[in-house]
Design a protein around this ligand. Structure first.
Ligand SMILES: Nc1ncnc2c1ncn2[C@@H]1O[C@H](COP(=O)(O)OP(=O)(O)OP(=O)(O)O)[C@@H](O)[C@H]1O
Ligand SMILES: [Mg+2]
Length: 441
């Protein structure tokens, strides 16, 4: 019972009303243009058949002629009004409903011309209730619209001959008519419910689209920021390497060149006194080799290259100062098998950035880093008990650490998941696909 009432009361809320009107009005205008003009044309074109259908029966032909002219007038006015007048294009029912009622009264009058309640003509009017089914209105106004329509028919009918009121079949006809009014109201409400549902689905889709658009432009912005940050970082790296090459390796090579020419001169003068020069040369070569190694070490974390991912992470965590007040725990299968160099470097950089974030932003007292190895994946999770933050609330230019991590992980085809909320700590999970180990490039 309760569900049936809820079903009948379905309709847009007060807040939804303006958007709902915008949603249904264009379709309603198009239907009224089409149905109104088609009705007008049809009732007029069938006129040609009247002599053949009704022969010489003048009263019937006259009644039909009035019905045709009136209907063409009302229906044509509906089509014309909603097409040309702005007020009715915006509120088509304000024109269509009164004209439909007038048309209903005309139909009643016409049926009355053909005979009283004892003849079958009155029963033709039941169908008029069903014309309201497509109207996009709630159940209350719909019932009112149908009842007034029926009252117009009966008024036209009895105006034609008030004596019909006293005939015994009249009450029976009206009671059947009432039944069709109620049926048309329920059927109309069913159609209306579909309209409301498709309106809500369209609205939800539009909302989803706009959040999607916002998300895409947010991501595009942060990727653009990341890309220019990477460009700047690459430039800074290049400048640093150039400086190192110039200041360190360049100096050492100049000294080497000088020592070689000195040795050459000594060899020409006194080959026996060559030993100290050669020793000097050897030490210069050693220094140049050291400098080169130092540069290489800076470009790729040495620990990672020499000891592998597990110890490199342990080393990172071990560097934390006790003054930071952060206790760390590292859970890792040991020994780790040999991993692909790029995979290990990505995992290392993720831990490095997440750890820096925990130290800089979290005010946490505990951080657990867990590394698990599957057959074809490596999973890293980092959980701190700090103050957390709202990841959705970050502005596009908030920082580049998280964006950089996410992009690094995605570039390897991995998954990146960040869970955090103010006061709830932060948990980062990264899953990277494992590849066959390759030599570090
Ligand atoms: N573990 C964490 N606990 C609390 N807040 C965090 C944590 N990690 C990140 N945040 C928040 O997310 C923001 C973005 O982090 P992200 O690493 O992207 O940038 P950043 O650390 O501010 O700058 P950088 O570009 O140097 O990394 C931080 O500014 C911080 O507010
Ligand atoms: Mg950061």
């Amino acid at each position: 019972m309760h569900r049936a009432v809820a079903y009948l009361l379905v309709g847009p809320t007060r807040d939804e009303q303006p958007a709902f009107a915008r949603f249904v009005t264009p379709g309603l205008v198009r239907s009224l243009q089409l149905v109104g003009s088609a009705n007008a044309v049809l009732v007029l074109s069938w006129w040609a058949f009247d002599p053949w259908l009704f022969g010489a029966h003048a009263p019937t032909r006259r009644a039909y002629a009035v019905l045709r002219l009136g209907t063409a007038l009302f229906q044509g006015s509906i089509a014309l009004g909603v097409s040309s007048l702005r007020a009715f294009r915006e509120r088509p029912l304000h024109l269509a409903v009164p004209l439909m009622w007038a048309n209903a009264a005309l139909i009643g009058w016409f049926v009355g011309q053909l005979g009283g309640p004892a003849t079958p003509w009155f029963h033709f009017v039941y169908v008029t209730s069903f014309f309201s089914i497509p109207a996009p209105v709630k159940v209350g106004p719909r019932l009112g619209l149908n009842l007034v329509g029926a009252a117009c028919v009966i008024a036209g009918y009895t105006l034609c001959n008030p004596a019909y009121l006293g005939e015994p079949f009249f009450a029976v006809g009206v009671s059947y008519y009432l039944w069709t009014v109620l049926t048309a109201t329920v059927l109309g409400q069913m159609a209306f419910r579909q309209t409301v549902e498709s309106f809500r689905a369209t609205e939800a889709l539009a909302r989803f689209n706009s959040t999607l658009e916002a998300e895409v432009s947010r991501q595009t912005e942060s990727l653009a920021a990341l890309s220019s940050h990477l460009d700047r970082a690459r430039e800074a790296d290049r400048a640093h390497i150039a400086r190192e090459l110039h200041d360190e390796l360049g100096q050492e090579l100049t000294a080497l060149r000088y020592a070689v020419s000195l040795t050459q001169k000594r060899w020409e003068r006194d080959p026996a006194a060559l030993a100290p020069s050669l020793a000097n040369l050897a030490s210069l070569v050693l220094r140049a080799a050291d400098t080169t190694r130092g540069l290489v070490r800076e470009l790729r974390p040495r620990l990672l290259m020499e000891m592998g991912l597990g110890p490199a992470i342990e080393w990172l965590l071990g560097r934390i100062d006790t003054a930071d007040g952060l206790k760390t725990r590292f859970v890792c299968p040991s020994p780790l098998p040999e991993l692909d160099a790029e995979l290990a470097a990505t995992a290392f950089r993720v831990v490095q950035e997440a750890l820096t974030n925990t130290l800089r932003h979290a005010e946490a007292t505990a951080l657990t880093v867990t590394l698990t190895l599957g057959v074809d994946s490596l999973k890293l999770s980092l959980e701190d008990n700090g103050q957390g933050f709202d990841p959705d609330g970050l502005r596009a230019h908030a920082g580049l650490g998280l964006v950089g991590m996410r992009e690094r992980v995605r570039a390897l085809g991995g998954q990146f998941q960040l869970q955090s909320a103010p006061g709830r700590g932060t948990a980062l999970t990264v899953v990277l696909p494992r590849m066959t180990p390759t030599e570090p490039r």
